[in-house]
Design a protein around this ligand. Sequence first.
Ligand code: BGC
Length: 385
Amino acid sequence: MKKSNYNLPFAVLIILAFTSCDNNNNKNKMTTAGSSQTTKTGIKKTDWGEHDGKKVYLYTLVNNKGTEVKITNYGGIVTSFISADNSGNKSNIVMGFDSFKPYLQSPPYFGALIGRYGNRIGDARFTLNGVTYKLAANNGKNHLHGGLKGFDKVVWDASTSPDGTSSLTLKYLSKDGEEGYPGNLNITVQYSLSDEDELKIEYNAETDKATPVNLTNHSYFNLSGDVSNTILNHSLVIDADKYTPVDTSLIPTGELKSVKGTPFDFTTVEKIGSRISQVTGGYDHNWVLNKKGNELQKIATLSDSLSGRKLEVFTTEPGLQFYTGNFLDGTIKTSAGKPINKNTALCLETQHFPDSPNKPDFPSTILQPGQKYHTVTVYKLSVNK
Ligand code: BGC
């Protein structure tokens, strides 16, 4: 794995922070809502607190459009994604808080990196090479999103790019036995923000014992930038002819079912709310993407006519968990005090299928020693004016 640049002195990083990517000053000038302002591209680091004896920082990535993504090394959480709508007004399109404390009350994985295994493992156990591994049952009898203290609740080691580009590298060593999983797993996640408003997430991992790995990001989107609006008016396309039906505890039955003639058919553009009442509890399912192989491909498009914003999702992964925020109930409030109600945000989690360690017919999630886990997901934002 690439190991360069991690030893740069802190002072150098500070100097590099928020520097222009090149010497073309015009490139860094932009106009928003009629006013002219200079936007510095790059990355800025701020102190955010401390946890488990480690420093927590907030990193602000800015591109030449003035789009801004904030990420903390606590849980690798994307805390905000601020972009302009069709009138040039800027707002945050993901659920998150503007201070560290609320994250310690375990909001349901807002913006976080999820691992070692994204989504559920049935009965919180799996058998690998003849050994049965018991995991924490933190979702009824099942295991969810890596257990009691998954990758969303640990402090990652962070480093920024020495050339001042808008990218952040996070590293974490998940020790053999952590949350019940076998093998020391070395994970590197790189977030980068391009000038085309693409938030790219690259996941890399290596292990010294065979182990299941399924990494994802759990951002909750509301493209209108305002939780007073539900996401039921957003439109969605998912390039998937099949999905994985689930039992009452949301574990896939093992069947790959055709979406044709069902409320799960998003092969052509559909309003999210148009058939949601026909799905018990709302959408919280894995779609079997039509793409073949590991190439990075567009697999979903979400759009909101209110703001004109469009979010395209590209991934190398075979599955997509589309979750309509069914368990949000207004208890959690935004930093501005607005309740985050049911269906006011949605997740598009790129992944392998839930419960794959117990489903031999699903694409394998087992990483072997010597193999390199490498997946890429891109969230690309644009505005229809
Ligand atoms: C799961 C939901 C869960 C949510 C928050 C999603 O990935 O599919 O069932 O409630 O995460 O934990």
